[in-house]
Design a protein around this ligand. Sequence first.
Ligand code: ADP
Ligand code: MG
Length: 347
Amino acid sequence: MSSVEVRNLIKKYGEFTAVNDASFMAESGSLISILGPSGCGKTTTLRAIAGFEDVTSGDILLDGRSLANTPSWRRNIGIVFQSYALFPFMTVGDNVGYGLKMRKVPKDEISRKVDDALKRVGLPDSRSKYPRQLSGGQRQRVALARALIIEPDVMLLDEPLSALDAKLRDEMRFELKRIQRQSGVTTLLVTHDQEEAFTLSDQIVVMNNAVVKQVGSPREIWDHPNSAFVADFIGVENILPAVRTDNGVRLAGSEFKTDIAGKGPSQMMAGFRSGDLQLVNSEADASDNQITGEIIGEAYTGESNVYQVQTGLGSEPIILKTEKEQKLTGNVKLHLPPAKILILEQD
Ligand SMILES: Nc1ncnc2c1ncn2[C@@H]1O[C@H](COP(=O)(O)OP(=O)(O)O)[C@@H](O)[C@H]1O
Ligand SMILES: [Mg+2]
């Protein structure tokens, strides 16, 4: 097991910058996700760590030692791609043992390790089958076994679950987490799926447009997204231009108190989740941080009611979510708790 550090990584293709000054650290034994929309530079970052790409500048460090002069084949890194990339004409056992065969490990040792690796991924009886005889999820587990068998210092997983249908993907998430915890291998997972990143990771690196926007634990990123991009990407429904005041923010002329005192740039964005708004039922209820508006649209999700509320905060309606029993029509008065206002950088 090893820590991996990406330090000021820049990768250009000609004039185009695919990764722009990315820095983050995966602690030894942890699972870290690189999360971001398609084209933001996730795979390029992973390929640089694997040594498949020459970097333009910056460094990759394994346990604090630079890999700059270590070719990809000498980096002890296991890789699983989005497509399983199994050899179709080889049995599962031969696929899994391939890396050891290349390393000239004795046959009986390979055999023992193949059995062990297949057990670890929950496929103890499939060694003589062919990939085409397996389901998508099983193939993905074979790919994991093949990467784990070389006892890598680091595992790189590039959207490993995105080819699976929704139900299987959920199951494989649990499997992946279990396998990673048991093997203890430092793992970097690339995904554009925020739920996947949140459920699996110790740390999340959020990227957009070649830039690392935020690094933090799922909790930190959920509670304190640092920018409008990150907030939007993790599903914060309401994001509005804001101006700082002494004890809060001003949204379209209305003053709101926030828990975080007035520091930082005066022009920023503020966000709040649809489920964090509270209905004000009587005049005695909270007198500050109020928003009045009119319900102009509604949707029922099964779990809750989602409303569009036209307010004085802007031309776009804000989004409000209530418990499914709580049906609303007409005019509503809402309270926005100070602690629930997210202060966001403008992108
Ligand atoms: N070999 C290449 N030559 C030129 N541009 C590339 C190359 N590989 C990737 N890119 C570009 O770099 C950007 C980032 O790509 P990639 O890292 O694959 O994104 P992601 O994995 O986040 O979807 C994209 O705009 C992509 O088109
Ligand atoms: Mg990619």
